[in-house]
Design a protein around this ligand. Structure first.
Ligand code: AMP
Length: 112
């Protein structure tokens, strides 16, 4: 499968790892939009929020258990934002579901 994030999980493409376990992988965004910008991805490939099903939702639930731990490890005690872009209108550029963790500065009240 020609998926950038699958290749990152397989180490075929290098990344800056932040966290990993049996279900997910977290790494630094190559084009950070904030002092802390981490991407969290499931080790199972599915494209986006539109493809969440009863069979794979445990990966999403697990990622949401990991996000507060990753945020704490990154020192985001003042807060942070979690974003998942889904589809073209949201400018999703990589078709492997992922969750952006953004923080380390006061974020804008604007979300879109
Ligand atoms: P999205 O636009 O929501 O699909 O987010 C995709 C994110 O992946 C963007 O923020 C990119 O900067 C990031 N990205 C693309 N290629 C890489 C890479 N090789 N390593 C780390 N982050 C990447």
């Amino acid at each position: 499968m020609d998926c950038l994030f699958c290749k990152i999980i397989e180490r075929a493409i290098p990344s800056s790892k932040v966290y990993e376990d049996e279900m997910c992988y977290a790494f630094r965004d190559i084009n950070p939009q904030a002092p802390v910008h981490v991407l969290v991805i499931p080790k199972l490939h599915f494209a986006s929020m539109d493809e969440v099903t009863a069979d794979n939702s445990k990966y999403v639930a697990h990622i949401f258990e990991c996000i507060p731990k990753i945020a704490a490890a990154e020192g985001l005690s003042g807060g942070y934002r979690v974003i998942s872009n889904c589809g073209d209108d949201a400018c999703q550029s990589v078709k492997h579901i992922h969750f952006h963790i953004l923080g380390g500065r006061q974020l804008s009240e604007e979300m879109a």
